[in-house]
Design a binder for this molecule. Structure first.
Ligand code: FMN
Length: 221
């Protein structure tokens, strides 16, 4: 698969089949992704890969919390600024409209939105997931390194015929994730990522993007 194809065919997939993902494939992807760049090559990512019974146990525990209406764990980082200004707020709004609109869920149907969001903690049915941690000492530049790394993983997964969904939503149940993974105290969970083969029966609306002139300036003269 060429790089353009990998980039254009990657999307946040929210429905996977139960077809397992071989350890060998995951090792190949993660070995190649390790070549992602990072400032001074410090490689600040710490990754746990979960499959089989441990992933099933995590989904079960998280599912129980969701069903019980258990409040989210206190945040270790903010997912978004509290006041999302223009044009980000409008883009976020448009995303919500697309995502829930495609499922016939209205803007004020909070319950239906929550039910849909709950699929996050079942990894949308995926048989594999990774959890990416960062050392608490790291600054914003290293968070960027992590982003580059994760995108590299997602593009390589495309080459293997696999899809993914990066999920900050796992950070709200980070203590449950930690029960299964027992990460060292100095690590903070950034996100999870569901990995698997797409369930083609699950519909979706492809998210759009801002036009090039909204986000890029060519300075030539
Ligand atoms: C760091 C990060 C965290 C995300 N967290 C979630 C999440 O918790 N749940 C989810 O369904 N999608 C999540 N997404 C997917 C985004 O909603 C998605 O990437 C965005 O809407 C663009 O759509 P696309 O990836 O399908 O092109 C996340 C994406 C990123 C990069």
């Amino acid at each position: 698969m060429d790089v353009y194809n990998a980039v254009m065919s990657r999307r946040a997939v929210r429905g996977f089949t139960d077809r397992g993902v071989e350890r060998e494939v995951l090792e190949r992807v993660l070995s190649a992704a390790a070549w992602a760049p990072s400032g001074s090559n410090i490689q600040p990512w710490h990754v746990y890969v979960l499959t089989g019974p441990p992933l099933a146990e995590l989904k079960k525990r998280a599912g129980k919390r969701v069903a019980a209406g258990d409040p989210w764990d206190e945040r270790e980082y903010e997912m978004y600024p509290s006041e999302l200004k223009s044009p980000y707020q409008e883009r976020r709004f448009a995303f919500g409209q697309q995502r829930y609109g495609a499922l016939g869920i209205s803007r004020d149907d909070w319950e239906a939105r929550q039910r849909t969001a709950a699929a996050n903690w079942d990894c949308f049915g995926a048989p594999a997931a990774l959890f990416c941690y960062i050392d608490r000492d790291m600054g914003s530049a290293q968070w960027v390194d992590i982003g580059m790394y994760l995108q590299t993983v997602m593009l390589l997964l495309r080459d293997e015929g696999l899809h993914s969904c990066p999920q900050m939503s796992w950070s709200v149940y980070r203590k449950t994730v930690a029960e299964i993974l027992s990460p060292p105290k100095e690590l903070m969970l950034f996100c999870g990522m569901s990995i698997g083969y797409e369930d083609l029966t699950v519909g979706y609306v492809r998210t759009g993007r801002a036009s090039l002139d909204e986000t890029v300036a060519f300075v030539e003269r």
